[in-house]
Design a protein around this ligand. Structure first.
Ligand code: ATR
Length: 265
């Protein structure tokens, strides 16, 4: 039996175990997916221990995504983002990957969104960083808007072709944009949106990284303008799909994983 794991704190209510185990069941893979909460500062040791114990793969979530870099060989994208959420133990040394970035891209692609022109990412924390790199890697021009403007500038300096702004620039930025991603925590368990309602329009595709509630105020208001909306569960799903495919080398049963995930939201 293969064992896959997740390290983070907290991980008790993680949706990754049911999502991955539904995929194992569907494809007849003899595996389990378990969660661990290492002590703060013990990320590297946890990765070493997972390797020693022969885990087949490890996901990493907050607050360990940066710290595990010390214990893995990151691929190019993960190194540039400076964060790893998926570790592969199949080589001589554990390799680190960032499927959050690819997850956002695949979530949009699954909704037939063209990733060619202008994107606006709201938020410059860990999620904003992964999303901005993901979209820029697809060739999009990315504008990053953040409450703390300096953080938007700092992130934009790292992302090829990106620009940094304050939230007050959102109406102007959005007027010519095709894609909008909320990567802030605004809207999580509250009926608030980080984007002024009248800055939204029907030519946008709007992805909200927030998945609790699943239908955020931003998505509701975007849908009212005729925009394409993509909820945060899609992003969560596709980071898991991407990790599953990397670990197993098989196409993930996306619909089955999606149902397992949404059944618990
Ligand atoms: P994560 O890793 O999930 O991205 P984070 O690094 O704490 O979490 O980042 C949270 C993001 O939400 C930041 O962009 C933060 O803006 P600041 O950099 O200005 O703190 C944004 N955010 C949180 N609360 C916000 C609020 N009330 N209004 C606007 N932005 C907010």
């Amino acid at each position: 039996m293969d064992v896959y794991g997740l390290i983070g704190n907290p991980v008790e209510h993680s949706l990754s175990p049911p999502m991955h185990e539904a995929a194992y069941d569907e494809l007849g893979i003899d595996a389990r997916y378990v969660t661990f909460e290492p002590a703060e500062g013990a990320a590297g040791e946890a990765v070493d221990a997972a390797a020693t114990l022969g885990l087949a793969g490890l996901n990493v979530t907050i607050p360990f995504k940066q710290a595990v870099l010390e214990a893995v060989e990151p691929d190019d994208l993960a190194a540039r983002i400076g964060a790893v959420n998926t570790i592969d133990f199949s080589g001589d040394r554990p390799t680190g990957h960032n499927t959050d970035a690819i997850g956002a891209v695949r979530a949009l692609e699954a909704h037939d969104v063209d990733l060619e022109r202008d994107a606006v990412v709201v938020g410059a924390g860990g999620a904003g960083r992964a999303v901005a790199f993901g979209l820029a890697t697809e060739g999009m021009d990315v504008a990053i808007a953040n409450r703390t403007v300096q953080k938007a500038h700092d992130l934009a300096a790292d992302v090829p072709g990106a620009s940094g702004h304050g939230l007050d620039a959102l109406p102007e930025l959005l007027s010519g944009a095709d894609v909008l991603v909320n990567a802030t925590s605004v809207g999580m368990d509250e009926d608030r949106s980080p984007v002024p309602t009248d800055a939204l329009h029907g030519n946008l595709a709007v992805l909200d990284a927030v998945y609790s509630p699943i239908q955020t105020r931003l998505l509701r208001e975007a849908a009212e303008t005729g925009a394409t909306t993509v909820d945060g569960a899609w992003m969560l799903l596709f980071q898991g799909v991407e990790a599953f495919e990397r670990w197993t080398g098989r196409d993930a049963p996306v619909d089955v994983m999606n149902r397992a995930l949404r059944g618990r939201l």
